[in-house]
Write a protein that binds this ligand. Structure first.
Ligand SMILES: Cc1cc2nc3c(=O)[nH]c(=O)nc-3n(C[C@H](O)[C@H](O)[C@H](O)COP(=O)(O)OP(=O)(O)OC[C@H]3O[C@@H](n4cnc5c(N)ncnc54)[C@H](O)[C@@H]3O)c2cc1C
Length: 442
């Protein structure tokens, strides 16, 4: 029996930072046992159940199958279609149709993933079973939980899930609320005010609210030039702060009395505590703001199933072993994506995709009795400030002393404005979208 070397496993799995989709041998074929229990002469059990078929869950399903086709992978997802949040701001800005961000699970099923459309209501860490609303009980050897986020509606008096679905969308899970916000903006009179209430840290997609403001500003500039955007923010600063400020000055008159965008941060009283739904008026420390179209993005926490399963402990998010993403609370349950605590990685789709590959490699290694090498991860977050003006922040992460760390000098932020570079960054953003969605759902 030859043991797989660390270098070979690194090459063979998707643990490398780039997470390359091609060119790796399977972990199973490199493993000493090929999944067979030699002592008893029959196949040992390799059942993985994945809860949530979003970015993290669907990636993990694909990569487990790529790494070891003998693993029985069951993906349980509440909805038949998935809308990516990435590029949903372009939908809201009216520059891309909503069906361009819609994906399904046909390709995963073709690749041997068993896809069940149902809601998971319980995970029993002792019996190692997952229960669904439809009455199924699915046993697992390892579970992966990637449920995304939930909202703390109660933190803003007057706000609720029902209000978000019907009149004041958060549109922070893409789908019907994305379409609702688009419709409201298109129906808004010229001269109206669009108010965005942003959440405190940590939250899904740190640059997202500011990209949303930018793309709606681009829409107003072209179609409703007398309209204004007010961003109410409980934070002093935000992701890519300097790049957004510079872009807003160049495109939207930021800092002048003609500015389309007004940003009210923590120091100026941007924290919001209350909403009057009927008049779409929010109460911030700075005073009351009446909106024609109102977008409240509430404070966030891990998806409900993480709470129901006791994966959060006393926190709002799930603490995990950074090498394997196994929960520090429940053995054999791994949590990836936005629901996990993976700081310094941001809560982004690219992070979830990268974590899913590391987690899949950890599980495939463990089920095949081969050691897991030290992983690394990658993230890039693109934002479009205006048509042909894209920016990004990128970073490679390594594993050191039990923690995820930033690799010094590996990443960076878009530099000072240069027309050609910014045009290219917008192209990169769109090609990243095509590539990552093919990696996840293709
Ligand atoms: C406006 C916006 C723009 C963004 N732009 C970018 C970007 O440019 N780049 C980037 O990298 N990231 C971006 N993101 C962030 C990205 O969308 C998230 O970080 C990513 O979706 C996280 O993946 P996840 O697997 O943790 O959760 P999700 O993708 O939300 O997946 C969770 C899935 O689990 C399912 N689920 C939950 N509970 C259950 C249950 N009990 N039973 C069955 N199914 C369940 C849900 O239906 C869902 O499909 C953006 C986000 C927003 C809001």
């Amino acid at each position: 029996m030859t043991n797989i070397s660390r270098r070979d496993l690194l090459k063979s799995s998707a643990v490398t930072a780039a997470g390359a989709t091609a060119g790796f041998a399977t972990i199973a074929s490199a493993s000493p046992s090929h999944g067979h229990d030699h002592k008893h002469g029959h196949k040992s059990s390799k059942r993985v159940v994945i809860v949530g078929g979003g970015i993290g869950g669907a990636t993990a399903a694909q990569y487990l199958k790529k790494m070891d086709s003998d693993i029985e992978v069951t993906l349980i997802e509440a909805n038949q279609n998935y809308h990516t949040c990435f590029m949903s701001n372009e939908v809201i800005g009216g520059v891309r149709p909503i069906d361009s961000i819609e994906f399904n699970y046909d390709k995963l099923a073709e690749k041997g993933v068993k896809v069940i459309f149902d809601s998971v209501t319980d995970i029993d860490p002792e019996a190692q079973t997952v229960t669904t609303a439809g009455g199924k009980k699915v046993p697992y050897d390892r579970a992966i939980v990637s449920p995304g986020i939930d909202f703390k509606y109660d933190d803003i008096e007057g706000y609720s899930k029902e209000v978000s679905d019907t009149s004041i969308p958060h549109a922070w899970k893409a789908g019907p609320q994305t379409a609702l916000l688009l419709k409201q903006l298109q129906e808004m009179k010229d001269g109206g005010t669009f108010v965005i209430v942003t959440p405190p840290n940590p939250f899904r997609c740190p640059p997202g609210p500011y990209e949303r403001a930018s793309l709606v500003a681009a829409y107003f500039k072209k179609h409703k030039p007398n309209s204004k955007i007010v961003i109410l923010d409980p934070k002093e600063k935000f992701s890519k702060f300097g790049l957004f400020m510079d872009g807003w000055k160049r495109h939207y008159g930021y800092g002048t009395d003609k500015s389309i965008i007004t940003w009210i941060g923590k120091d100026k009283g941007g924290a919001v505590s209350k909403v009057d739904v009927a008049t779409k008026t929010v109460t911030a420390e700075a005073g009351d703001f009446k909106a024609d179209v109102l977008n409240i993005i509430p404070p966030q926490q891990a998806g409900p199933i993480a709470f129901d399963t006791g994966l959060v402990g006393d926190l709002d998010w799930c603490s995990v072993d950074h090498k394997t993403f196994e929960s520090t609370i429940h053995k054999n349950i791994h949590v990836i994506g936005d629901a996990s605590i993976a700081s310094p990685m941001p809560k982004s789709g690219y992070s979830a995709n990268s974590q899913a590959k590391v987690c899949a490699a950890a599980i495939a290694s463990s089920l095949n009795g081969v050691p897991m090498p030290d992983p690394s991860w990658v993230n890039t977050c693109y934002s479009i400030i205006a048509p042909q003006d894209g920016v990004s922040v990128a970073m490679v992460y390594a594993y050191k002393d039990g923690k995820i760390i930033k690799v010094k000098g590996s990443g960076g932020l878009t530099g000072a404005y240069n027309k050609e570079d910014r045009k290219r960054e917008e192209l990169y953003a769109h090609s990243w979208f095509n590539n990552i969605t093919a990696d996840i759902f293709g």
